[in-house]
Design a binder for this molecule. Structure first.
Ligand code: PEP
Length: 261
């Protein structure tokens, strides 16, 4: 089998603590004790504690923050540190999401500092990379992915590299209903794995999970995840309804079962 898939829900600025509790209690009942794929939920900061409470004692759902500061502590009004999210049971943190890059001006260097701070706190970064439509049309896909990866992983040594998850999210497919075709996704994922091989080696690159993100839904997960280098999904809109998020998990599971049968 290739890498164990990770299906992650990025709830963005949706879900109050109470809504988080309600969602996760029904979702948990549906999920039961299955563990063919790893499931990660990334609620807003204020709902992290509710998410941890609602998923405990289940070991099937991990919690992620959607962002964090690279700074350990101090006069940074409105910011949240790695230690703070760790104390709220976060095993993962999404870093470098395209909305953080474009709406909040986060640079590759700034994201790289967050990656290091997360790893130091024993939190696994989900490092998002991906090109805009203009960059794709200008044949800059590989240049952009390589720049984002090399910058984001600059201070990550070989022994820590497999704690990272990479999410390939073509910006033009996020929240637009447009999904990259399975071939486009595979091409980008294979390129990402090639860069990881150059940065580390084939063994490490072969262990790193590369998720696809961009309008993933129950209807397209099977085709995406059947690609050799696609190891799961980072899901926005379709993760906000219990049934559709569960449908994505079931789709991924069926693929894993088919390939291991
Ligand atoms: C995302 O924001 O990470 C994302 C992939 O969103 P959507 O699934 O809505 O395209």
């Amino acid at each position: 089998m290739k890498r164990k898939p990770i299906i992650a829900a990025n709830w963005k600025m949706h879900m109050t603590p109470q809504e988080t509790d309600e969602f996760l209690r029904s979702f948990n009942r549906l999920l039961g004790s299955r563990d063919v794929v790893d499931v990660v939920i990334a609620p807003p900061f204020v709902s992290l504690a509710a998410a941890a409470d609602a998923t405990r004692p289940s070991e099937n759902i991990a919690i992620a923050a959607q962002n964090m500061s690279p700074e350990p502590a101090g006069a940074f009004t409105g910011e949240i540190s790695a230690r703070m999210i760790k104390e709220l049971d976060c095993d993962y943190v999404i870093l470098g999401h395209s909305e953080r890059r474009t709406l909040f001006g986060e640079t590759d260097d700034y994201i790289q500092r967050k990656v290091s701070a997360a790893l130091d706190a024993r939190i696994k970064p989900i490092l998002c990379v991906g090109e805009t439509l203009e960059e794709r049309d200008a044949n800059k896909l590989e240049e952009v992915l390589e720049r984002q990866l090399r910058a984001g992983m600059k201070d990550v040594n070989r022994s820590r590299a497999d704690d990272l998850v990479i999410a390939y999210e073509p910006v033009w497919a996020i929240g637009t209903g447009r999904t990259a075709s399975a071939e486009q996704a595979q091409e980008a994922h294979a390129f990402i794995r090639k860069v990881l091989t150059e940065l580390y080696d084939a063994e490490v690159a072969g262990q790193i999970c590369i998720q696809y993100g961009g309008s993933v839904k129950p209807a397209n997960i099977a085709e995406l995840i059947s690609q050799e280098d696609v190891d799961g999904a980072l899901v926005g809109g379709a993760s906000l309804e219990v049934d559709s998020f569960f449908g994505i998990i079931k789709g991924a599971e069926e693929h894993v079962r088919d390939t291991t049968a």
